[in-house]
Design a protein around this ligand. Structure first.
Ligand code: FUL
Length: 693
């Protein structure tokens, strides 16, 4: 009874207090998100599905001349895709309904190049319909990718194509229920089939698509949609300048509505931008977007995917993870396992918020009001927030755990309905009575997560050290996540020496060269070792104390490049391209005009069946070769061309490019760059290698 009376008194006083509390909420600071953008941001994690005719030709970009008859998957099952996405904790799926090759996954009226002329389901199939139905069944939202670039359409490059393209958008946004996001890729590579013309068609991406009427139509058809566009007028969401799986540590959800947007701006946003254009981190679960059997062993590991989680959702972005569909129409079991392992690891990492229900005190509370006090940052309610007085832009919030508590993750969320404000912050821990800084960051935005080595702290202090206006903190989380050991990297230098490099110095490494999985009973790595010829190396890093080991790193090396000579240059730096280290590169003489030749003497005649090119791994370094010819010779006088073509999507996704050709014997190779991604004369290489039988 006494308890009940106490409760009634407390309840009534707090009710009277808040009713009388006239403290005003802060004014918005700068641009703010729309309801559609907010809803989208809260989804956090969703899937991409890449599947098209080029799945059957092992290409990254179809040319537009692939036969529709190739599309006949025997087990296509959108319910399998949706089930995996749901179990992986995703909130939606963006289906590539038309990629650059122009093949439409729905029976469109705009072209014959669609499922209606494919043998699959006797031309009666509709992948978009099946995806929409599966999404409904599994409680997922549907998104759609329609490529603006169309390498099949004879009209591409002409005005007529814009009507065709708009009609395609209209069809997919009219016939399949609610669509949460539409995706317009920015690739306009130039050359294509174009109804048989087989030519290069260059368009001006800033004007050709005439986006504004298209945006208007989209918003009329789907009032709740968000538009992603990397190819033209600024829309609701932005690309983050890389497909590698990260947005900048500093990440403003702001951009300017007009003017140039270099990669850096896409990556970091613009502090004083005039529009709310948040970043979406898109990356694939394998190196490439479409399925390639050669990548079955290259599915990203748990530590890699976890890094992407922290570098997207943990940096004020969303995470769009791609599943490449196999020719049979299903997601590969290894991809499924990787996604489910990630879901479990995320659950484990954020299982308990140690800040919830603890004591929190703030250095300043807006109008000393209960409505805005420190407890509002640890109540797990994103609609309430801790706020300071308008004049205050630096402030501290202290959480008292009572007892020393193990922690290694810190999460903060701003109340972004009123704009993004925080510019810098630090986190301190009280360890045995002494305060020490354990982490720091710049922007926060919708969500920021910092990782740091485990500490035992009785108290934690969150210091906002810079803010555009009074900070508004909706939520703080403190966690103790299990450690996940990243796989080591394996490098072979020009002499054939193998080096295994751990992620941190304390782990011990074990390896095999006989194709078996390494364990702590395999060879222990202590120093680089010499190898000859082709070899496969597998390695793990293990923590001596816990006995925990990383996933297996696996590298296949071809013949040793010991006797190779790079001809036609005296620049010693040229040897970086055969030093085995992906992080070093060489920019060939800038004065050369395309085509630029790179000639290598292999030292002796070799049997060749292909070559490999790795572009620079330094972000936005330029010189990424997109069109090439490859020649071989026995004597450096007569050359025969054994391969020519394009490295599709290499600029956005600078992964190893392998090109195979008919077996040939040669001592000299010539890699000729015909064009780079920026149509200038730079040719830059991180690595060049050959493939032998
Ligand atoms: C890129 C495209 O060119 C790729 O093929 C892929 O669709 C990716 C998501 O966007 O830029």
């Amino acid at each position: 009874m006494r308890n009940q009376i106490l409760f009634i008194i407390l309840f009534t006083t707090s009710f009277i207090f808040s009713a009388c509390d006239k403290t005003k909420a802060p004014e918005a600071c700068g641009p703010v998100p729309s309801e559609n953008q907010l809803r989208w941001q809260e989804m956090e994690y969703y899937a991409f599905i890449h599947f098209s005719l080029n799945t059957y030709t092992d290409q990254s970009w179809g040319y537009g001349n692939e036969d529709v008859k190739l599309f006949n998957p025997d087990s296509l099952d959108c319910r399998q895709w949706a089930r995996i996405c749901k179990e992986a904790g995703m909130k939606g799926v963006i289906l590539v309904a038309k990629h650059h090759c122009g093949f439409c996954f729905w029976p469109t009226e705009t072209t014959e190049y669609s499922v209606k002329n494919a043998p699959w389901k006797n031309g009666k199939g509709d992948v978009v319909r099946e995806m929409a139905d599966a999404c409904k069944e599994y409680g997922l939202k549907l998104g759609i990718y329609v490529s603006p670039w169309d390498r099949n359409s004879p009209e591409y490059g002409k005005l007529e194509y814009i009507t065709i393209f708009r009609n395609q958008i209209k069809e997919v946004l009219t016939n399949y229920g609610d669509v949460f996001e539409i995706w317009f890729d920015g690739a306009n590579g130039g050359n294509g089939y174009y109804g048989g013309a087989n030519e290069t068609r260059k368009i001006d991406r800033t004007t050709y698509y005439d986006w504004q009427p298209t945006y208007k139509m989209i918003r009329e058809l789907q009032p709740n949609i968000v538009i992603w566009n990397d190819g033209g007028d600024r829309a609701d969401l932005r690309w983050v300048g890389t497909e590698g799986g990260s947005v900048g540590e500093t990440n403003w959800s702001l951009l300017n509505a007009t003017g140039d947007v270099p990669y850096e701006m896409l990556h970091y946003g613009v502090e004083n931008g005039d529009s709310w254009v948040p970043g979406e981190v898109n990356t694939s679960i394998r190196p490439e977007w479409f399925y390639h059997p050669s990548e079955d062993g290259r599915v990203k590991t748990l530590p890699q995917l976890m890094d992407t989680y922290y570098h997207s959702i943990g940096r004020n972005g969303t995470f769009l993870l791609n599943f490449p569909i196999m020719p049979n129409g299903l997601i590969h079991p290894s991809d499924e396992k990787a996604a489910l392992d990630l879901a479990q690891a995320v659950k484990d990492a954020f299982a308990a918020n140690l800040a919830n229900n603890e004591k929190a005190e703030a250095s300043n509370v807006r109008g000393n009001s209960r409505k805005f006090n420190a407890s509002k940052a640890i109540d797990d309610n994103k609609e309430t927030y801790w706020a300071t007085d308008d004049s205050v832009t630096t402030a501290t919030l202290t959480i008292d755990f009572g007892l020393p508590t193990s922690l290694n993750r810190f999460m903060a969320q701003e109340y972004i309905r009123l704009g993004q404000r925080v510019k810098s912050f630090t986190v301190e821990a009280n360890v045995e009575g002494e305060w020490k800084e354990i982490a720091n960051g710049t922007t926060i935005g919708y969500k920021r997560i910092l990782r740091f080595p485990t500490v035992e702290a009785a108290q934690l202090r969150f210091n906002i050290t810079g803010s555009k206006a009074c900070p508004l903190i909706a939520n703080i989380g403190v966690y103790h996540a299990p450690q996940i050991l990243p796989a080591p990297s394996i490098i072979r230098n020009q002499l054939g020496e193998i080096k295994i490099v751990p992620y941190d110095k304390e782990s011990e490494m074990y390896y095999t060269t006989d194709g078996t999985e390494p364990t702590i009973h395999s060879n222990k790595y202590s120093a680089p070792f010499s190898t000859e010829g082709k070899i496969e190396v597998r390695a793990i890093a293990c923590e001596p104390e816990s006995g925990k080991c990383s996933p297996v790193a696996h590298e296949k090396f071809d013949i040793v490049r010991k006797d190779w000579k790079i001809l036609g240059t005296n620049d010693e730096k040229a040897y970086r391209i055969i030093d085995g280290d992906p992080n070093t590169d060489w920019l060939q003489d800038k004065n050369e005009k395309m085509p630029v030749d790179l000639v290598i003497d292999l030292g002796k005649e070799e049997d060749l069946i292909g070559f490999k090119y790795l572009p620079s791994q330094t972000q936005w370094a330029g010189g990424v070769i997109t069109l090439y010819k490859f020649f071989v010779s026995k004597n450096q006088k007569e050359w025969s061309m054994v391969s020519d073509g394009e490295f599709s999507n290499i600029n956005n996704n600078p992964v190893w490019q392998t090109k195979n050709f008919e077996p040939v014997k040669a001592r000299y190779i010539k890699f000729q760059a015909l064009r780079n991604a920026w149509w200038n004369n730079d040719a830059r290489y991180a690595e060049i290698d050959i493939v032998t039988p």
